[in-house]
Write a protein that binds this ligand. Structure first.
Ligand code: NAD
Length: 477
């Protein structure tokens, strides 16, 4: 890595009201592939949170008064500045997340910028004023949005939140995950370079317990938009309830990929393995339960295992790599414990396992793992593992597949595979989950994204994502 990059990764300040303010405390940032320190981030405290919220509140009056077209132009400028930093953003994502370079390019950075472009379009197109008989319904900015993001897709998650907030006319205070704050700094640099007014984007990195909790309960915050684990999300919802602010929660998942009897098995199984392993399995909507017809169970397990074994794990800077490390030693340990417990309980390890992949001696690497012959109540089937682990379960037809898919505390993503589009839709429409992809259909950045049950509250992306950050005033005339 070059010295220029290293400067970009050593940050000792927080961004409040358009000014970078040095703070004494900081946290090292590690590369999960090498386990070495690659940079440093400032750690804010409660008084910094107060200052950032106040700056966002003051900026709200002018920013919220801008026309939707002016907000769209500002988002266009932000995209231009981010595109100019694309290589640095990709390098930063490879380094701080451990994402393979092609995954960092496509799923982290380019998709994040695409999401921001879609919010610029929506700012132009959405009806912020609608006539309803003798009422004029005004859709107005909700105020200050606290954006609390996780480490698995730090740039994408930030774009999904801040883009929607800016399109709605809100101002923001951003708190990235402690493990991956560096791409968020680059986003803040781009926001300043794009000429966003001071206070529209404020950045307060720091610990969840201090900075995150202070934001979630802060009386000056109007909406808290949180992506992270279900356990922490519950706490955020409690804190938000105290001050009666809206909480948009994007939480965990244990999504099912349902293969119906008439589906092309090879394609369905290999695509499910790829989706389960993307970003080393650290994707909230990953299809981590593969449900296949009982008559083809052994065939499906063998296909899944063979395909998992072909995936290349290793150096994320190598373009041939498909899986990098997981984020941390603690995360690796937690994944391995769940897998080892399932095997000890009688499950079959069809591929992978919890040892280091061949040829790798350091880094938080895991093998792509496929588990079979496990009961529906095993933690490996029920809990979000957030690692490269797929379980394969048999079903006894469409009704049973729907029952099994819905037999989860979560409801975030999902898939259905069938040669008959109507049959697939019939199953998809009965899955209690926020998104279902039929036969590997592409991700749609404008479709609402969010969860049922323990997967969260509210929606991100598209029109629904912008509307989360608005309030309604009905004027009768
Ligand atoms: P996490 O819940 O530990 O942390 C998420 C964020 O919340 C971090 O910025 C953290 O510092 C902050 N935080 C921690 N404690 C807090 C508190 N008491 N109050 C306020 N904020 C606090 O999650 P993580 O480990 O960073 O991310 C992994 C989890 O995120 C997984 O469960 C995954 O499914 C989920 N996730 C969900 C989505 C989605 O869209 N549904 C997307 C990505 C990740």
């Amino acid at each position: 890595m070059t010295s220029t990059m290293h400067t970009a990764w050593d940050r000792d300040s927080i961004l409040v009201g358009g000014d970078w303010i040095p703070v004494p405390d900081g946290t090292d940032v590690h590369d999960p592939a090498t386990e070495s320190v690659i940079g440093r981030s400032a750690s804010a405290g409660p008084t910094h949170v107060d200052a950032a919220v106040a700056a966002a509140g003051s900026a709200g009056a002018t920013w919220g008064a801008r026309t939707p077209e002016q907000r769209a132009e500002a988002l266009d400028n932000l995209c231009t500045e981010l595109r100019a930093r694309r290589q640095l953003l990709v390098d930063t994502t490879v380094a701080e997340v451990g994402a393979p370079v092609s995954v960092a390019e496509d799923a982290h950075i380019d998709l994040g910028i695409e999401i921001l472009e879609s919010y610029a379009r929506l700012a132009r197109d959405l009806p912020f004023r609608e006539q309803l008989d003798h009422s004029l319904v005004l859709r107005r900015p909700a105020g200050v949005v606290a954006c609390i993001t996780p480490w698995n897709y730090p740039f994408y998650q930030l774009a999904a939140k801040v883009g929607a907030a800016l399109a709605a006319g809100c101002t923001t205070v951003v708190k990235p995950a402690e493990l991956t704050p560096l791409s968020t700094y680059l986003f803040a640099d781009a926001a300043l370079a794009a000429g966003l007014p001071p206070g529209v984007v404020n950045l307060v990195p720091g610990s969840g317990r201090t900075v995150g909790a202070a934001l979630a309960g802060h009386p000056g915050v109007d909406v808290v938009s949180f992506t992270g684990s279900t356990a922490v999300g519950r706490g955020v919802a409690h804190a938000a309830a105290e001050s009666l602010k809206r909480a948009c929660l994007e939480l965990g998942g244990k999504s099912a990929s349902v293969v119906l009897g008439d589906a092309p098995l090879h394609r369905a199984v290999t695509a499910t393995v790829d989706a389960a392993m993307l970003n080393s399995g650290q994707t909230c909507s990953a299809w981590t339960r593969l449900l296949v017809p009982r008559a083809r169970y052994e065939e499906a397990v063998a296909l899944a295992a063979d395909h998992a074994d072909t995936l290349r794990v290793g150096d994320p800077w190598d373009r041939a790599t498909q899986l990098g490390p997981v984020i941390s030693a603690a995360q690796r340990r937690s994944i391995a414990e769940t897998v080892d417990a399932a095997i000890a309980g009688g499950a079959r390890l069809a591929a992978g396992g919890t040892g280091l992949p061949d040829g790798l001696e350091r880094g938080h690497y895991l093998r792509p793992t496929v588990i079979a012959d496990v009961g529906p109540h095993d933690p490996v089937v029920r809990e979000e593992i957030f690692g490269p682990v797929l379980v394969v379960l048999p079903h006894d037809g469409d009704e049973d597949a729907v029952r099994l898919a819905n037999d989860s505390d979560y409801g975030l993503g999902g898939a259905v595979w069938s040669a008959d589009p109507e049959r697939a839709l019939g199953v998809a429409a009965r899955m209690d989950t926020g998104q279902v992809d039929v036969n590997g259909a592409a991700f749609n950045p404008e479709a609402p994204f969010g969860g049922w049950k323990s997967s969260g509250l509210g929606r991100e992306l598209g029109r629904a994502g912008v509307e989360e950050f608005t309030e309604l005033t009905a004027v009768q005339r």
